[in-house]
Design a protein around this ligand. Structure first.
Ligand code: IPE
Ligand code: IPE
Ligand code: MG
Length: 243
């Protein structure tokens, strides 16, 4: 791994913020003759391993895509199963994250979730809010466009209340009203499963992200794959439109 800073901008640096689209659970299970639900369970276990590893290697921010606004269109039984796994994770996370200094934030359209889940999310966020290590954003019922609409409404509300003029709305103001306000944009977005698209993940934040795609299904994505991806990231020359 390259740690020294080379002359090319950002070369050799660790990504501060990594985004992961945890895709391929269903296909991983199907290929093993298992129901899709087994893939979601295996994906959830892998999520825990990768979170721990990201904390160990000093990643500051990790955003994982767990469930999109579009995923509500899946069969009800599958949606229920994913929500059940989320509920279990929220219960287990107190023990799971103990001593790991992780700050948990759930980003997305919370109103779509059951009240019970919303309460558990609020409790876990409060419980981890004073931690100082890895910031873990779990995108749940999340859509990038929905997030931008949410930010636009907040800005419009401020203008309607006369607190700002419409001309005050700039990129900084929109950024301060998205779910990841105050956090750096993702440097590096990883998508396993073979699909090469964002599927409505971090639409605003990913303007200058680097991407890494792989055919590995999420439950089979290991620390080794993550290190390979980071090593490739470290060779990229990020220019941000400048020279
Ligand atoms: C990702 O795996 C998990 C969610 C989208 C909730 P998928 O369920 O999309 O798995 P594939 O893509 O069908 O294999
Ligand atoms: C994206 O995966 C959402 C998550 C991984 C949570 P999908 O499986 O829903 O995306 P598409 O349908 O392949 O674009
Ligand atoms: Mg998928």
């Amino acid at each position: 791994m390259i740690f020294s800073k080379k002359n090319k901008k950002h070369e050799g640096e660790m990504p501060k913020h990594i985004g992961i689209i945890m895709d391929g659970n269903g296909r991983w299970a199907r290929r093993r003759g298992l129901p899709r639900s087994a893939g979601h369970a295996a994906g959830a276990e892998n999520f825990k391993r990768i979170v721990t590893f990201c904390g160990e290697i000093g990643i500051a921010y990790l955003t994982v895509y767990a469930f999109s606004t579009e995923n509500w269109n899946r069969p009800q039984a599958e949606v229920d199963e994913i929500m059940r796994l989320m509920d279990i994770y929220l219960d287990d996370s107190y023990k799971e994250l103990e001593g790991k200094n992780v700050v948990v934030k759930i980003i997305g359209e919370r109103g779509m979730l059951t009240q019970k889940l919303q309460d558990k999310i609020a409790a876990l966020e409060k419980h981890t809010s004073k931690n100082t290590g890895l910031v873990l954003n779990i995108a749940l019922s999340y859509g990038g466009r929905q997030e931008i609409v949410h930010a636009a409404k907040e800005c419009a509300r401020l203008a309607a209340e006369g607190k700002i003029s419409p001309d005050d709305i700039d990129e900084e103001m929109v950024s301060s009203h998205i779910y990841t306000a105050g956090q750096p944009d993702p440097d590096f977005i990883i998508r396993p499963s073979g699909e090469k698209r964002l599927s409505n993940f971090l639409t605003w934040q990913s303007a200058y992200s680097e991407f890494w795609f792989s055919d590995i299904m999420w439950p089979a994505f290991t620390k080794k794959h993550l290190m390979e991806a980071i090593e490739e990231y470290q060779k990229r020359n990020r220019r941000f439109g400048a020279l």
